[in-house]
Design a protein around this ligand. Structure first.
Ligand code: NAD
Length: 481
């Protein structure tokens, strides 16, 4: 990386306002476009985790006592710093995670907007006056910050996932210990630096890295931690929720996987569907929990839909995220390459038609060809397991009822999408599709202003919108005579 315009690293942890970890044992961070080492990442020892949790507990009373306006000013300053530093942070994010620079810039913009939204929304955390049933006694429901939070975020959005959790927690008056993914730590370090430079008091945000299982067990068990928030796979989420239950029924927000169905009805505007879904499918090489995944297309439109998606896939230029002209970067790690290849091979063995792509590309880095699989049977693993990769998977449908049945076939329910011109069909979908977010003739289901979260195995609790503050608040009844 001698010609890199911005250096990657050094990577450190932030505990009680001090950057720490220089020289500590840990692991290497790799560039997914080359497989080469980018930097060394220090790991927290159990003592470091205890110090981080204790720092969050010590900082909590003063932070919750500050006015929401005051807290919001710091968040807004941090948002502006992210925007000022966007060139450098985009480079770091794209280098460690693989997404094209343009997508990294959008992620930075949305992260800054999330800080701004939460800064404002923190000023509108109201309680409630309850009409009294008892003469001489006033009843009030008070909303108060839950306390120090432990947050765990994944590698697919190295900046936005931390931003969502940290912004809502801090705006609500909570303090936090954040453990981002060890595979993409650089953007999270920059995020913490922006908040510190914006004037965040010591201990309000602590940043740690380590062996995930050890870090989460230690933090969740710690007396100081009152709430857990996790984004990642269903299996890990279930494990963390069980730990949280064991250590005092601690509150959880779980944003787990999805397997988003896309229902393209007979009366859909096919051109609009293709224009929106093509770029959306291959964004971040498909490694998005709300990525459109199972495309159930009406028989009369199916073949044209497959052709359109195949053209889109063939037109994408693969390359390092930081290279000009890259349309799709590498997958984030070698696990994904192996997993996506296995899913594609299984589908083909079960009778799916491989229209384009289908294999890893090159002998350097973790590239996988944008892939289209048509007429995929429901028994194929890829129809049942989240592919988290650049694969379009199609099947034919004949009616609205069948579309809804197929959409609800899996126990997951994060995002779902539909394309139709019929108001009656939209009403049936709104009622019938089991999902946390439903986009109809639209894909923009993730914005700072709107609630984001899943149902069933996709988890519980909202991030974003007014609803995104709720998980960081507890309700206290004050009955005053
Ligand atoms: P994984 O299950 O090993 O890890 C998922 C995330 O959880 C990673 O960020 C990891 O660091 C973290 N993690 C793992 N064990 C943990 C523990 N005991 N305590 C705390 N954090 C822990 O899987 P992976 O190989 O990284 O990704 C595979 C699958 O995970 C994907 O196919 C996808 O289904 C899912 N995933 C979902 C999201 C999302 O946005 N919902 C993000 C990343 C991965």
């Amino acid at each position: 990386m001698t010609d890199a315009p911005h250096p990657y690293g050094p990577l450190e942890m932030l505990i009680d306002g001090k950057w720490t970890g220089d020289g500590a044992a840990g692991e290497d961070v790799f560039d997914p476009a080359t497989g080469e080492v980018l930097a060394h990442l220090p790991h927290a020892a159990p003592d470091d985790l205890d110090r981080a949790a204790a720092a969050a507990a010590r900082a909590f009373p003063a932070w919750r006592a500050r006015s929401a306006l005051d807290r919001g000013r710091i968040l807004r300053r941090a948002a502006d710093l992210l925007r000022d530093r966007a060139d450098r942070i985009a480079w770091i994010l794209s280098t460690e995670q693989g997404k094209p620079l343009a997508q990294a810039r959008i992620e930075i913009g949305v992260s800054a907007d999330t800080l701004d939204w939460c800064a404002e929304e923190g000023r509108r955390i109201y309680g409630r006056i309850i009409p009294s049933p008892v003469p001489g006694v006033e009843y009030r429901a008070l909303k108060q910050p839950v306390g120090p939070v432990a947050a765990f975020t994944p590698w697919n959005f190295p900046l936005m996932m931390p931003a969502r959790k940290v912004a809502s927690a801090l705006a609500s008056g909570c303090t936090i210990v954040l453990k981002p993914s060890e595979e993409t730590p650089g953007a999270a370090v920059e995020f913490a630096r922006a908040l510190q430079d914006a004037g965040l008091p010591d201990g309000v945000l602590n940043l740690v890295f380590g062996v995930p299982g050890m870090v989460s067990e230690r933090l969740i068990a710690h007396d100081a931690i009152r709430k857990i928030t996790f984004t990642g796979s269903v299996g890990v989420g279930q494990h963390l929720a069980a730990l949280a239950a064991r250590h005092g029924a601690k509150r959880c927000t779980m944003e787990l996987g999805g397997h988003a169905p896309v229902l393209v009805m007979e009366d859909a505007d096919l051109d609009r569907a293709l224009d929106l879904l093509g770029p959306f499918k291959f964004r971040n090489a498909g490694q998005v929990c709300i990525a459109p995944t199972r495309f159930y297309v009406h028989d009369s439109l199916h073949d044209r839909f497959v052709d359109g998606m195949a053209q889109m896939a063939k037109g994408l230029t693969l390359g390092p995220g930081t290279a000009p002209g890259t349309g799709m970067g590498p997958l984030a790690n070698p696990r994904r390459v192996a997993a996506v290849r296995d899913l594609v091979e299984d589908a083909v063995a079960q009778g799916a038609r491989l229209v384009t792509g289908g294999a890893p590309v090159g002998n350097r880095g973790y590239f996988f060809a944008p892939t289209v699989l048509a007429d995929v049977p429901e028994t194929a693993r890829i129809m049942n397991e989240e592919p988290f990769g650049p694969v379009v998977v199609t099947a034919r449908i004949a009616s609205v009822d069948e579309a809804i049945d197929r959409a609800n076939r899996l126990p997951l329910g994060l995002a779902a999408y539909a394309f139709t011109r019929s108001a009656a069909t939209i009403a049936r979908l709104a009622e019938g599709v089991e999902a946390g977010m439903l986009g109809v003739n639209a894909i923009a289901v993730s914005t700072p202003e709107a609630p984001f979260g899943g149902v069933r195995h996709s988890g519980y609790g909202s991030e974003g919108g007014i609803e995104g503050m709720e998980p960081y608040l507890v309700t206290k009844l004050l009955a005053q005579g």
